[in-house]
Design a binder for this molecule. Sequence first.
Ligand SMILES: Nc1ncnc2c1ncn2[C@@H]1O[C@H](COP(=O)(O)OP(=O)(O)OP(=O)(O)O)[C@@H](O)[C@H]1O
Ligand SMILES: [Mg+2]
Length: 427
Amino acid sequence: MAACGLDFGTSNSAVALPSGEVLLVDPGALNPRLFRTVLFFPDESRETLAGHAAIERYQEDNAGRFIQSMKTWLPASSFTRTQLRSQTLTLEELIAIFLRQVRAVASKAAGEALDAVVLGRPARFSATPATDAFAEARLRKAAELAGFESVRFLIEPIAAALAYEATLERDEVVLVADFGAGTTDLTVMHLGPSRRGRGDRKDDVVASAGVYVGGDRFDSAIMASKLLPSFGAGSTYEVDSFTRRRLTMPTYISSRLLSWNEMSLIREKKTRELIDVMLKTSDSLPAIEALHDLVMYNLGFRLFRAIEAAKVTLSTEQVARIDFDDERVHLHQTITRDEFEAASAPLITELAECTGELLTRVPANLHIDSVFLTGGSSYVPAVQRLFAQRFGAEKLRTGRGTGSAFTSVVEGLGRAAHPDFELSGPQ
Ligand SMILES: Nc1ncnc2c1ncn2[C@@H]1O[C@H](COP(=O)(O)OP(=O)(O)OP(=O)(O)O)[C@@H](O)[C@H]1O
Ligand SMILES: [Mg+2]
Protein backbone atom coordinates (compact mmCIF):
# COMPACT_ATOMS: atom_id res chain seq x y z
CA MET A 1 0.00 0.00 0.00
CA ALA A 2 1.57 3.32 -1.03
CA ALA A 3 1.34 5.99 1.64
CA CYS A 4 1.40 9.77 1.62
CA GLY A 5 0.88 12.74 3.89
CA LEU A 6 -1.95 15.11 3.06
CA ASP A 7 -2.40 18.61 4.46
CA PHE A 8 -6.05 19.54 4.01
CA GLY A 9 -5.68 23.28 4.62
CA THR A 10 -8.33 25.96 4.87
CA SER A 11 -7.01 27.65 1.75
CA ASN A 12 -4.19 25.40 0.47
CA SER A 13 -3.80 21.63 0.43
CA ALA A 14 -0.68 19.61 -0.41
CA VAL A 15 0.61 16.03 -0.61
CA ALA A 16 4.04 14.63 0.29
CA LEU A 17 5.74 11.24 0.14
CA PRO A 18 7.41 9.47 3.11
CA SER A 19 10.77 10.84 1.87
CA GLY A 20 9.44 14.33 2.63
CA GLU A 21 9.21 15.16 -1.10
CA VAL A 22 6.29 17.47 -1.76
CA LEU A 23 4.44 16.44 -4.94
CA LEU A 24 3.56 18.74 -7.82
CA VAL A 25 -0.19 18.46 -7.52
CA ASP A 26 -1.41 21.47 -9.50
CA PRO A 27 1.03 21.96 -12.39
CA GLY A 28 -0.80 25.01 -13.81
CA ALA A 29 -0.87 26.89 -10.50
CA LEU A 30 1.48 29.66 -9.42
CA ASN A 31 2.92 27.34 -6.79
CA PRO A 32 2.42 23.82 -8.23
CA ARG A 33 3.07 22.22 -4.81
CA LEU A 34 -0.14 23.74 -3.49
CA PHE A 35 -3.65 22.72 -4.45
CA ARG A 36 -6.11 25.49 -3.60
CA THR A 37 -8.85 24.08 -1.33
CA VAL A 38 -11.77 25.12 -3.52
CA LEU A 39 -14.44 23.49 -5.65
CA PHE A 40 -16.57 24.94 -8.42
CA PHE A 41 -19.71 23.39 -9.85
CA PRO A 42 -20.60 25.42 -12.98
CA ASP A 43 -24.32 25.67 -13.80
CA GLU A 44 -23.76 25.16 -17.49
CA SER A 45 -22.06 21.75 -17.30
CA ARG A 46 -21.86 18.67 -15.12
CA GLU A 47 -18.16 19.23 -14.43
CA THR A 48 -16.64 19.51 -10.99
CA LEU A 49 -13.56 21.69 -10.91
CA ALA A 50 -11.03 21.86 -8.10
CA GLY A 51 -7.87 23.84 -7.31
CA HIS A 52 -6.70 26.66 -9.55
CA ALA A 53 -8.90 25.39 -12.43
CA ALA A 54 -11.95 26.05 -10.23
CA ILE A 55 -10.78 29.59 -9.47
CA GLU A 56 -10.08 30.38 -13.11
CA ARG A 57 -13.41 29.11 -14.36
CA TYR A 58 -15.29 30.88 -11.57
CA GLN A 59 -13.59 34.13 -12.49
CA GLU A 60 -14.52 33.74 -16.14
CA ASP A 61 -18.16 33.03 -15.36
CA ASN A 62 -19.41 32.84 -11.80
CA ALA A 63 -22.72 31.12 -12.55
CA GLY A 64 -22.60 28.06 -10.33
CA ARG A 65 -21.61 27.05 -6.80
CA PHE A 66 -18.15 28.02 -5.62
CA ILE A 67 -17.08 26.40 -2.38
CA GLN A 68 -14.11 27.28 -0.19
CA SER A 69 -13.03 27.06 3.47
CA MET A 70 -14.66 23.61 3.73
CA LYS A 71 -12.35 22.75 6.59
CA THR A 72 -13.89 25.40 8.83
CA TRP A 73 -17.27 23.66 8.61
CA LEU A 74 -15.99 20.35 10.02
CA PRO A 75 -16.73 21.20 13.69
CA ALA A 76 -20.08 22.86 12.89
CA SER A 77 -22.79 20.36 13.75
CA SER A 78 -25.35 22.71 12.15
CA PHE A 79 -23.70 22.06 8.76
CA THR A 80 -24.74 18.59 7.73
CA ARG A 81 -25.98 18.78 4.16
CA THR A 82 -25.94 21.09 1.20
CA GLN A 83 -27.95 21.14 -1.98
CA LEU A 84 -25.80 20.84 -5.10
CA ARG A 85 -27.37 20.69 -8.52
CA SER A 86 -30.20 18.24 -7.92
CA GLN A 87 -28.35 16.29 -5.21
CA THR A 88 -28.17 16.64 -1.47
CA LEU A 89 -24.61 16.08 -0.26
CA THR A 90 -23.30 15.63 3.25
CA LEU A 91 -20.24 17.66 4.22
CA GLU A 92 -18.22 14.42 4.17
CA GLU A 93 -19.32 13.76 0.58
CA LEU A 94 -18.48 17.30 -0.45
CA ILE A 95 -14.98 17.14 1.06
CA ALA A 96 -14.56 13.67 -0.48
CA ILE A 97 -15.14 15.16 -3.95
CA PHE A 98 -12.22 17.48 -3.29
CA LEU A 99 -9.95 14.86 -1.71
CA ARG A 100 -10.64 12.39 -4.52
CA GLN A 101 -9.32 14.89 -7.06
CA VAL A 102 -6.27 15.65 -4.93
CA ARG A 103 -5.62 11.92 -4.47
CA ALA A 104 -5.88 11.34 -8.23
CA VAL A 105 -3.39 14.06 -9.20
CA ALA A 106 -1.02 13.09 -6.39
CA SER A 107 -1.13 9.41 -7.39
CA LYS A 108 -0.32 10.42 -10.95
CA ALA A 109 2.60 12.56 -9.76
CA ALA A 110 3.84 9.74 -7.52
CA GLY A 111 3.52 7.15 -10.29
CA GLU A 112 1.44 4.80 -8.12
CA ALA A 113 -1.94 4.73 -6.43
CA LEU A 114 -1.73 6.39 -3.01
CA ASP A 115 -4.11 4.48 -0.79
CA ALA A 116 -2.85 5.15 2.72
CA VAL A 117 -2.80 8.63 4.16
CA VAL A 118 -1.59 10.54 7.18
CA LEU A 119 -3.93 13.50 7.35
CA GLY A 120 -3.16 16.69 9.18
CA ARG A 121 -5.65 18.16 11.61
CA PRO A 122 -5.48 21.31 13.78
CA ALA A 123 -4.34 20.84 17.38
CA ARG A 124 -7.93 21.67 18.21
CA PHE A 125 -10.92 21.68 15.92
CA SER A 126 -12.84 22.70 19.01
CA ALA A 127 -12.19 23.21 22.73
CA THR A 128 -15.12 20.82 23.38
CA PRO A 129 -13.80 17.24 23.15
CA ALA A 130 -17.03 15.81 21.68
CA THR A 131 -17.09 18.46 18.94
CA ASP A 132 -13.41 17.91 18.24
CA ALA A 133 -13.98 14.16 17.83
CA PHE A 134 -17.01 14.85 15.63
CA ALA A 135 -14.94 17.05 13.29
CA GLU A 136 -12.14 14.48 13.05
CA ALA A 137 -14.62 11.66 12.38
CA ARG A 138 -16.14 13.66 9.51
CA LEU A 139 -12.71 14.27 7.99
CA ARG A 140 -11.86 10.56 8.33
CA LYS A 141 -15.11 9.61 6.59
CA ALA A 142 -14.38 12.07 3.77
CA ALA A 143 -10.91 10.56 3.25
CA GLU A 144 -12.37 7.05 3.19
CA LEU A 145 -15.00 8.09 0.66
CA ALA A 146 -12.18 9.56 -1.44
CA GLY A 147 -10.65 6.09 -1.67
CA PHE A 148 -8.01 6.06 1.07
CA GLU A 149 -8.05 2.62 2.68
CA SER A 150 -5.93 3.57 5.66
CA VAL A 151 -6.46 6.94 7.33
CA ARG A 152 -4.38 8.16 10.25
CA PHE A 153 -4.10 11.60 11.81
CA LEU A 154 -1.30 13.77 13.03
CA ILE A 155 -1.78 17.25 14.42
CA GLU A 156 -0.47 19.95 12.11
CA PRO A 157 2.05 21.60 14.47
CA ILE A 158 3.66 18.20 15.19
CA ALA A 159 3.87 17.65 11.44
CA ALA A 160 5.53 21.06 10.97
CA ALA A 161 7.87 20.18 13.83
CA LEU A 162 8.94 16.99 12.05
CA ALA A 163 9.93 19.03 8.99
CA TYR A 164 11.94 21.38 11.19
CA GLU A 165 13.47 18.47 13.10
CA ALA A 166 14.85 17.04 9.87
CA THR A 167 17.23 20.05 9.83
CA LEU A 168 18.40 19.77 13.46
CA GLU A 169 21.81 18.48 14.48
CA ARG A 170 21.25 18.72 18.24
CA ASP A 171 18.26 18.35 20.55
CA GLU A 172 16.18 21.44 21.24
CA VAL A 173 12.98 22.51 22.94
CA VAL A 174 11.07 24.27 20.18
CA LEU A 175 7.93 26.37 20.04
CA VAL A 176 6.33 25.52 16.70
CA ALA A 177 3.78 28.07 15.52
CA ASP A 178 1.72 27.44 12.38
CA PHE A 179 -0.23 30.46 11.17
CA GLY A 180 -2.64 29.33 8.48
CA ALA A 181 -5.65 30.84 6.78
CA GLY A 182 -8.14 29.65 9.39
CA THR A 183 -6.24 28.84 12.58
CA THR A 184 -3.01 29.30 14.45
CA ASP A 185 -1.60 26.26 16.22
CA LEU A 186 1.15 26.48 18.82
CA THR A 187 3.08 23.55 20.27
CA VAL A 188 6.08 23.38 22.57
CA MET A 189 7.96 20.20 21.85
CA HIS A 190 11.23 18.31 22.33
CA LEU A 191 12.87 17.77 18.94
CA GLY A 192 16.20 16.54 17.70
CA PRO A 193 18.33 13.67 16.47
CA SER A 194 18.02 11.61 19.67
CA ARG A 195 14.24 11.66 19.47
CA ARG A 196 13.71 11.24 15.73
CA GLY A 197 11.63 8.17 14.85
CA ARG A 198 10.26 7.70 18.38
CA GLY A 199 6.61 6.68 18.02
CA ASP A 200 3.96 9.26 17.34
CA ARG A 201 5.91 11.88 19.33
CA LYS A 202 2.97 12.74 21.57
CA ASP A 203 5.28 12.11 24.55
CA ASP A 204 7.58 14.84 23.27
CA VAL A 205 4.83 17.47 23.33
CA VAL A 206 5.14 19.72 26.37
CA ALA A 207 2.04 21.85 25.74
CA SER A 208 -0.11 22.98 22.85
CA ALA A 209 -2.79 25.55 22.10
CA GLY A 210 -4.83 26.77 19.17
CA VAL A 211 -6.81 29.84 18.28
CA TYR A 212 -9.04 30.86 15.38
CA VAL A 213 -6.74 33.60 14.16
CA GLY A 214 -5.49 33.24 10.60
CA GLY A 215 -5.12 34.94 7.25
CA ASP A 216 -8.87 35.11 6.60
CA ARG A 217 -9.32 37.33 9.66
CA PHE A 218 -6.44 39.59 8.62
CA ASP A 219 -8.27 40.06 5.29
CA SER A 220 -11.50 40.86 7.16
CA ALA A 221 -9.63 43.44 9.24
CA ILE A 222 -8.66 45.29 6.04
CA MET A 223 -12.24 45.18 4.80
CA ALA A 224 -13.55 46.42 8.16
CA SER A 225 -11.09 49.27 8.56
CA LYS A 226 -10.76 50.58 5.01
CA LEU A 227 -13.51 49.50 2.67
CA LEU A 228 -16.89 49.34 4.42
CA PRO A 229 -17.81 53.01 3.78
CA SER A 230 -17.40 52.30 0.05
CA PHE A 231 -20.27 49.83 0.50
CA GLY A 232 -22.57 52.12 2.43
CA ALA A 233 -21.52 51.65 6.07
CA GLY A 234 -22.58 54.77 7.98
CA SER A 235 -24.82 56.02 5.17
CA THR A 236 -28.45 56.87 5.81
CA TYR A 237 -31.69 56.20 3.96
CA GLU A 238 -35.27 57.29 4.31
CA VAL A 239 -37.56 54.89 6.17
CA ASP A 240 -40.74 56.85 5.80
CA SER A 241 -41.50 59.22 2.95
CA PHE A 242 -44.18 61.01 4.99
CA THR A 243 -42.11 61.85 8.10
CA ARG A 244 -38.84 61.84 6.14
CA ARG A 245 -37.34 59.86 9.03
CA ARG A 246 -33.88 58.51 8.18
CA LEU A 247 -31.96 55.54 9.54
CA THR A 248 -28.35 54.44 9.28
CA MET A 249 -27.66 51.33 7.21
CA PRO A 250 -27.99 48.40 9.66
CA THR A 251 -24.68 47.03 10.91
CA TYR A 252 -25.69 43.43 10.19
CA ILE A 253 -25.18 44.21 6.50
CA SER A 254 -21.63 45.52 7.07
CA SER A 255 -20.75 42.57 9.28
CA ARG A 256 -21.71 40.14 6.52
CA LEU A 257 -19.35 41.90 4.17
CA LEU A 258 -16.38 40.92 6.31
CA SER A 259 -15.99 37.50 4.74
CA TRP A 260 -16.89 36.89 1.15
CA ASN A 261 -18.74 33.64 1.74
CA GLU A 262 -21.18 35.28 4.14
CA MET A 263 -22.08 37.90 1.57
CA SER A 264 -24.53 35.59 -0.13
CA LEU A 265 -26.72 35.87 3.00
CA ILE A 266 -27.35 39.48 2.00
CA ARG A 267 -29.23 38.17 -1.00
CA GLU A 268 -32.09 37.10 1.29
CA LYS A 269 -35.40 38.70 0.36
CA LYS A 270 -35.61 41.03 3.37
CA THR A 271 -32.17 42.52 2.81
CA ARG A 272 -32.66 42.75 -0.95
CA GLU A 273 -35.79 44.81 -0.33
CA LEU A 274 -33.89 47.07 2.03
CA ILE A 275 -31.16 47.59 -0.58
CA ASP A 276 -33.90 48.56 -3.07
CA VAL A 277 -35.16 51.17 -0.62
CA MET A 278 -31.63 52.48 -0.04
CA LEU A 279 -31.07 52.69 -3.81
CA LYS A 280 -33.90 55.22 -3.92
CA THR A 281 -33.13 57.36 -0.87
CA SER A 282 -29.53 56.88 0.22
CA ASP A 283 -27.34 59.88 0.97
CA SER A 284 -24.48 57.85 -0.48
CA LEU A 285 -25.91 56.42 -3.66
CA PRO A 286 -22.67 55.27 -5.36
CA ALA A 287 -21.83 53.23 -2.24
CA ILE A 288 -25.24 51.52 -2.23
CA GLU A 289 -24.90 50.80 -5.96
CA ALA A 290 -21.53 49.24 -5.21
CA LEU A 291 -23.08 47.21 -2.37
CA HIS A 292 -25.86 46.03 -4.66
CA ASP A 293 -23.49 44.89 -7.41
CA LEU A 294 -20.98 43.34 -5.02
CA VAL A 295 -23.65 41.14 -3.53
CA MET A 296 -25.99 40.50 -6.46
CA TYR A 297 -23.24 39.83 -8.99
CA ASN A 298 -21.16 37.71 -6.64
CA LEU A 299 -18.06 39.87 -6.76
CA GLY A 300 -17.01 39.08 -3.20
CA PHE A 301 -14.48 36.40 -4.02
CA ARG A 302 -12.65 38.65 -6.47
CA LEU A 303 -12.73 41.56 -4.05
CA PHE A 304 -11.21 39.43 -1.30
CA ARG A 305 -8.48 38.28 -3.68
CA ALA A 306 -7.59 41.96 -4.17
CA ILE A 307 -7.62 42.51 -0.40
CA GLU A 308 -5.43 39.45 0.15
CA ALA A 309 -2.99 40.66 -2.51
CA ALA A 310 -2.68 44.00 -0.68
CA LYS A 311 -2.06 42.16 2.60
CA VAL A 312 0.68 40.06 0.98
CA THR A 313 2.29 43.23 -0.42
CA LEU A 314 2.26 44.76 3.07
CA SER A 315 4.43 41.90 4.32
CA THR A 316 7.33 43.41 2.38
CA GLU A 317 6.27 47.00 1.53
CA GLN A 318 5.06 49.95 3.57
CA VAL A 319 2.13 50.76 1.26
CA ALA A 320 -0.19 48.70 -0.92
CA ARG A 321 -2.96 49.58 -3.32
CA ILE A 322 -6.37 48.02 -3.64
CA ASP A 323 -7.66 48.59 -7.17
CA PHE A 324 -10.91 46.97 -8.10
CA ASP A 325 -13.25 47.81 -10.95
CA ASP A 326 -16.21 45.60 -11.75
CA GLU A 327 -19.81 46.60 -12.50
CA ARG A 328 -20.44 49.66 -10.30
CA VAL A 329 -17.77 48.77 -7.74
CA HIS A 330 -14.83 51.12 -8.16
CA LEU A 331 -12.24 50.96 -5.41
CA HIS A 332 -8.97 52.80 -5.61
CA GLN A 333 -7.42 52.92 -2.19
CA THR A 334 -4.05 52.76 -0.61
CA ILE A 335 -3.39 51.11 2.71
CA THR A 336 -0.22 51.61 4.71
CA ARG A 337 1.46 49.04 6.87
CA ASP A 338 0.68 51.19 9.92
CA GLU A 339 -3.03 51.22 9.04
CA PHE A 340 -3.00 47.48 8.54
CA GLU A 341 -1.29 46.98 11.86
CA ALA A 342 -3.76 49.23 13.66
CA ALA A 343 -6.64 47.28 12.09
CA SER A 344 -5.19 43.89 12.96
CA ALA A 345 -3.98 44.79 16.47
CA PRO A 346 -6.84 42.85 18.15
CA LEU A 347 -5.73 39.71 16.28
CA ILE A 348 -2.14 40.15 17.46
CA THR A 349 -3.51 40.56 21.00
CA GLU A 350 -5.40 37.27 20.65
CA LEU A 351 -2.20 35.58 19.47
CA ALA A 352 -0.25 37.11 22.36
CA GLU A 353 -2.83 35.93 24.88
CA CYS A 354 -2.89 32.43 23.45
CA THR A 355 0.92 32.29 23.54
CA GLY A 356 0.99 33.64 27.09
CA GLU A 357 -1.52 31.04 28.23
CA LEU A 358 0.49 28.29 26.55
CA LEU A 359 3.67 29.40 28.33
CA THR A 360 1.96 29.11 31.71
CA ARG A 361 1.74 25.40 30.98
CA VAL A 362 5.45 25.04 30.18
CA PRO A 363 7.52 24.12 33.26
CA ALA A 364 9.55 27.12 34.43
CA ASN A 365 12.84 25.23 34.24
CA LEU A 366 12.32 24.27 30.61
CA HIS A 367 14.19 26.64 28.34
CA ILE A 368 12.80 27.27 24.84
CA ASP A 369 15.76 27.09 22.42
CA SER A 370 14.06 28.16 19.22
CA VAL A 371 10.76 29.31 17.77
CA PHE A 372 9.79 27.86 14.41
CA LEU A 373 7.29 30.04 12.53
CA THR A 374 5.46 28.50 9.62
CA GLY A 375 2.22 28.80 7.59
CA GLY A 376 1.39 31.61 5.14
CA SER A 377 0.37 34.12 7.81
CA SER A 378 3.79 33.80 9.50
CA TYR A 379 4.93 36.34 6.87
CA VAL A 380 2.82 39.07 8.50
CA PRO A 381 5.44 41.44 10.03
CA ALA A 382 3.44 42.08 13.21
CA VAL A 383 3.24 38.32 13.81
CA GLN A 384 7.01 37.98 13.49
CA ARG A 385 7.51 41.01 15.72
CA LEU A 386 5.31 39.56 18.46
CA PHE A 387 7.48 36.46 18.66
CA ALA A 388 10.76 38.36 18.23
CA GLN A 389 9.81 40.59 21.17
CA ARG A 390 8.78 37.71 23.39
CA PHE A 391 11.59 35.27 22.63
CA GLY A 392 14.36 37.32 20.97
CA ALA A 393 14.87 37.67 17.20
CA GLU A 394 17.86 35.31 17.30
CA LYS A 395 15.58 32.43 18.30
CA LEU A 396 13.20 32.76 15.35
CA ARG A 397 13.39 30.20 12.57
CA THR A 398 11.26 30.47 9.46
CA GLY A 399 10.41 28.00 6.71
CA ARG A 400 13.64 28.87 4.92
CA GLY A 401 15.89 25.83 4.58
CA THR A 402 13.13 23.41 5.51
CA GLY A 403 10.92 24.16 2.53
CA SER A 404 8.56 27.11 2.33
CA ALA A 405 6.16 28.20 5.04
CA PHE A 406 3.38 26.61 3.01
CA THR A 407 4.80 23.11 2.86
CA SER A 408 6.42 22.31 6.22
CA VAL A 409 3.19 20.76 7.54
CA VAL A 410 2.78 18.49 4.55
CA GLU A 411 6.45 17.56 4.51
CA GLY A 412 6.12 16.37 8.12
CA LEU A 413 2.89 14.49 7.34
CA GLY A 414 4.72 12.74 4.52
CA ARG A 415 7.57 11.76 6.86
CA ALA A 416 5.00 10.45 9.35
CA ALA A 417 3.57 8.21 6.61
CA HIS A 418 6.88 6.31 6.54
CA PRO A 419 6.38 2.71 7.75
CA ASP A 420 9.00 3.22 10.50
CA PHE A 421 7.00 6.03 12.03
CA GLU A 422 4.57 4.65 14.59
CA LEU A 423 1.32 6.52 14.76
CA SER A 424 -1.10 5.53 17.48
CA GLY A 425 -4.85 5.31 17.03
CA PRO A 426 -7.08 3.33 14.71
CA GLN A 427 -5.92 2.87 11.13
N1 LIG B 1 3.32 36.92 2.09
C1 LIG B 1 2.25 36.78 2.87
N2 LIG B 1 1.98 37.68 3.85
C2 LIG B 1 0.89 37.54 4.63
N3 LIG B 1 -0.01 36.55 4.52
C3 LIG B 1 0.21 35.63 3.57
C4 LIG B 1 1.34 35.68 2.69
N4 LIG B 1 1.27 34.63 1.84
C5 LIG B 1 0.16 33.96 2.16
N5 LIG B 1 -0.49 34.53 3.19
C6 LIG B 1 -1.73 34.06 3.82
O1 LIG B 1 -1.51 32.77 4.35
C7 LIG B 1 -2.73 32.03 4.36
C8 LIG B 1 -2.50 30.67 3.74
O2 LIG B 1 -1.54 30.01 4.50
P1 LIG B 1 -1.50 28.42 4.61
O3 LIG B 1 -1.43 27.81 3.26
O4 LIG B 1 -0.41 28.10 5.59
O5 LIG B 1 -2.93 28.16 5.27
P2 LIG B 1 -3.81 26.80 5.29
O6 LIG B 1 -2.91 25.66 5.59
O7 LIG B 1 -4.63 26.72 4.07
O8 LIG B 1 -4.79 27.10 6.52
P3 LIG B 1 -5.00 26.30 7.91
O9 LIG B 1 -3.66 25.76 8.31
O10 LIG B 1 -5.51 27.37 8.84
O11 LIG B 1 -6.01 25.27 7.62
C9 LIG B 1 -3.74 32.84 3.56
O12 LIG B 1 -4.62 33.50 4.46
C10 LIG B 1 -2.86 33.85 2.83
O13 LIG B 1 -3.52 35.08 2.56
MG1 LIG C 1 -2.11 24.83 7.33
